[in-house]
Design a protein around this ligand. Structure first.
Ligand code: MN
Length: 232
């Protein structure tokens, strides 16, 4: 081990349901417009040719049940409730039929978004980094091993703000299924254990303010919760 000029970046970890081991996070990929009703509410059409992606840095990860300040640089911070795929094995150029072998498990996640900064990027045809790669803006709950949930299908995916329903849909509403996403993304990356894929949000996204408590559930998975405090 070489001596380091300054401390190494924080190791980003997630708990695993029923396992004392922690899951070390490597990369965070995010799928865009994977639910028709959400694409429509944003004024977009779904692209059915192929899934597409943006990324969040692993240092943007935030475990469930944390309280974090309303982020700098936005006045329109939005919740997006999503299914998160947690990979446990390598996948590179895998066929759809073998893609699920790479899955370790699933979690509930929040793709927190500076919607105003994302819109700036759209308007200027520039990247979405300020909108999407937000510190503490990749909120992920405990990972449930895939064997404990069984096949994905009509599981309900829902989100509340201060217990008020905001998002409510079914995983079967996803345009691109889990195996299609992994197979497609593996044409571009050597996917590996520790990589997370946030799979897009259903309709009902909206703003949160300081003091709000966001809660999200997917049938069969550990829930996620996130509290916003006053800005720094
Ligand atoms: Mn999203």
């Amino acid at each position: 081990m070489p001596s380091l000029k300054f401390p190494a970046p924080k190791l980003q970890l997630l708990p695993i349901v029923g396992d004392a081991d922690m899951y070390p996070v490597s990369r965070i990929f995010c799928v865009g417009r994977n639910y028709v009703a959400h694409a429509e509410e944003m004024g977009n059409k779904v692209d059915r040719d192929a899934p597409w992606y943006f990324t969040k840095s692993a240092q943007a990860l935030c475990q469930s049940d944390e309280t974090v300040p309303y982020p700098a640089g936005t006045t329109n911070y939005h919740h997006e409730m999503e299914l998160v795929i947690a990979l446990g094995k390598p996948a590179f150029r895998v066929e759809r039929g073998r893609a699920m072998e790479a899955v370790f498990g699933y979690a509930c996640g929040l793709d927190m978004t500076r919607r105003d900064r994302q819109q700036d990027g759209k308007d200027a045809r520039r990247p979405w980094s300020l909108g999407k790669d937000v510190e503490n803006g990749a909120v992920v709950g405990a990972i449930t091993p895939k064997l404990d949930i069984g096949p994905l299908g009509p599981q309900r995916i829902a989100l509340q703000v201060n217990a008020e329903p905001r998002q409510d849909a079914s995983l079967s509403d996803m345009v691109w299924a889990v195996d299609e996403i992994i197979s497609h993304l593996s044409q571009y990356y050597h996917l590996n254990a520790g990589d997370l894929i946030m799979t897009g949000t259903p309709a009902g996204v909206g703003p949160v303010v300081a003091g709000d408590v966001i809660t999200g559930q997917i049938d069969g998975l550990a829930p996620v919760s996130h509290r916003i405090s006053d800005p720094e």
